[in-house]
Design a protein around this ligand. Structure first.
Ligand code: NAG
Ligand code: NAG
Ligand code: NAG
Length: 123
């Protein structure tokens, strides 16, 4: 019985730990999206990073790590601030950098799942 109780405690704490981890790190919450979008060469370097065609900053690396999961889960683990930023970047890319956007979605959203959802709200 002692063993069973220990097991329950371990499982319960694992579940709690996982729930507490449900959102992405807020470490980059202050990431200045406008600064990047308004600076063409800076934006290009982020895009190259995401396409594995250039070097990544620490922020670029973090974005690269969460992007596949964020697209798959429709940003379900994003904080509200992250959600707004990602939407802003997506809208900007669709409008102003459509070729890069297509290359990014080809890499990160090969099944077109996210693009379908996006088209709904950018139409
Ligand atoms: C754009 O970003 C690059 C790279 O970080 C930087 O060297 C440059 O000064 C920035 N330009 C402007 C206008 O902020
Ligand atoms: C990436 O960084 C390395 C080392 O700093 C540099 O040699 C290389 O030219 C850079 N590559 C690009 C594509 O900027
Ligand atoms: C496209 O770029 C222009 C100029 O940089 C900018 O003012 C505009 O907001 C961008 N479009 C979107 C949808 O972000």
């Amino acid at each position: 019985m002692v063993h069973l109780n220990l097991f329950v405690v371990v499982v319960a704490s694992l579940v709690c730990f996982t729930l507490a981890q449900e959102k992405y790190s807020t470490k980059y919450e202050n990431f200045d999206v406008d600064k990047v979008l308004n600076n063409d060469s800076l934006l290009t370097s982020y895009i190259n990073c995401l396409l594995d065609e250039g070097n990544c900053t620490e922020e670029g690396q973090a974005l690269k790590r969460i992007l596949p999961d964020a697209l798959k889960t429709n940003c379900g683990k994003c904080t509200d601030a992250q959600k707004l930023k990602i939407e802003k970047i997506m809208k900007f890319l669709i409008k102003n950098r459509s070729i890069d956007f297509d290359r990014l979605t080809a890499k990160y959203d090969p099944s077109g799942e996210y693009k379908k959802k996006l088209e709904k709200f950018s139409a």
